[in-house]
Write a protein that binds this ligand. Structure first.
Ligand SMILES: [Zn+2]
Length: 417
């Protein structure tokens, strides 16, 4: 009953220190692996800047050499109907842009991924996926892009306000259609197979109000070595999908930890919330693009042969404005997504009750995400919490639930990579 008694109890039962437990976890990653993932992730910062410079450079070249003026003339000769002209123009524009971006995309998507041992695709496989993606992009973008040009013609300077109203509905359409029509073009989805892994996952899903037939596994190992999972769709098409790398490379505790996180996205309605947040950001981007177009075309529009805001040939100028805005807004969009990811993390810890499984998964994700960034670095560049933030969160959760766990923690699972 005395201070002495309490002291004895504390000494015998050394309190679990979340910070120390986090450091223990972080130190289990070999220095060479950590240097490699830091290099991979930091290279991504440079790529983001490079991609902006490249897209502005391509836009300038398309305008300066009147490439889009020629494409516009071609589209106008093809049909008298304005909507058809728009479809033809946007499809050609996407094709030309993709070809011009190809060397950079090949480096980023194939060479670099292989250099860091993250890709399973052959050159042929990679090109096949690019062609499929291009066809999907051409069909969808041209049908929608041409509608945008009808709005540009009708509403002129106020086009972006109309577009901003329509964008959330379009995003919902993409979110509903993509898992049904696009995802199966790239991967095969099926119900979870292994009963040992499946049954606890489906039990957790049911316990959290997610119908069991909404949980899938897919063959991501076709493309990548990364472990991942996602929630996609809306209304009737909403589903949780775990990739096969995750199922093969992770312990049941780790799979449950990830599944708890994905269920969090589902139960917390993150798909809908993110569509709303992204729509607000896009509305601002459209307003900026409109201003940018006006400022640039007043100065160079004549020389570039542009007729006005509703001229197809000015599309590179609009996309340049959008790219510039979205680049500057990267810390905002990353922070919006990272915040919802942290919500799903907490939900997942409460649902799966696997803090150590969660921590060891966070370490596995450090193969392609720098483990321990500075605070500003995390705000600017991270669309998920860093490994360190996630492990600390898990250890803080564990510290408040010690009765459920052996005191000898942290137990470090053998890293089965
Ligand atoms: Zn997530």
């Amino acid at each position: 009953m005395t201070g002495f008694g309490t002291l004895m109890a504390a000494a015998a039962d050394k309190p679990f220190d979340p910070q120390a437990a986090t450091d223990t976890w972080l130190n289990t990653l070999p220095a060479a692996d950590r240097a490699k993932s830091d290099a991979y992730f930091e290279g991504g910062y440079i790529l983001q800047v490079w991609n902006l410079v490249l897209s502005l450079g391509i836009a300038w070249a398309l305008l300066r050499f009147q490439v889009t003026v020629k494409l516009r003339d071609l589209a106008e000769r093809f049909s008298r109907r304005r909507y058809v002209q728009g479809v033809v123009f946007v499809a050609l524009f996407i094709l030309v842009s993709t070809v011009l971006n190809l060397p950079s995309d090949y480096y980023e998507g194939f060479v670099r991924e292989h250099r860091f041992g993250l890709s399973n695709l052959s050159v042929g496989g990679w090109f096949g996926e690019q062609v499929k993606g291009l066809l999907v992009g051409m069909i969808f973008s041209s049908l929608i892009g041409s509608l945008l040009y009808l709005a540009l013609r009708k509403f002129q300077q106020r086009w972006w306000q109309m577009a901003a109203v329509v964008v959330p509905f379009l995003l919902f359409l993409v979110v509903v259609l993509a898992p049904v029509f696009v995802a199966p073009l790239f991967n095969t989805y099926k119900g979870l197979e292994s009963a040992a892994i499946r049954d606890p996952i489906l039990a957790m899903a049911r316990a959290n109000g997610v119908p069991a037939d909404n949980v899938y596994e897919f063959d991501a190992s076709k493309q990548t070595k990364r472990i991942s999972a996602n929630v996609s769709g809306a209304w009737g098409t909403i589903r949780v999908s775990l990739n096969d790398n995750l199922i093969q490379r992770c312990t049941p505790a780790e799979v449950q930890a990830v599944m708890g996180h994905e269920l969090g996205h589902y139960v917390l309605n993150h798909v809908y919330k993110l569509v709303i947040y992204q729509s607000l950001l896009l509305a601002a981007a459209l307003a900026f693009a409109n201003w940018f177009y006006g400022a640039a075309s007043r100065r160079w529009g004549g020389r570039w042969g542009l007729r006005g805001i509703d001229d197809f040939a000015g599309l590179p100028l609009l996309t340049a404005g959008l790219s510039l805005f979205m680049f500057c807004a990267t810390p905002i969009s990353n922070s919006i997504i990272r915040t919802t990811e942290a919500e799903a993390d907490i939900f997942g810890l409460n649902a799966a009750r696997q803090p150590d499984g969660f921590a060891s998964t966070a370490l596995k994700l450090a193969e392609y995400r720098k483990l321990s960034p500075g605070p500003w670095e995390e705000i600017v560049f991270y669309d998920h919490p860093s490994g360190r933030s996630r492990i600390l969160m898990a250890m803080k959760w564990k510290a408040e639930h010690l009765a459920e766990f052996p005191v000898s923690a942290p137990v470090v699972a053998p890293n089965g990579k």
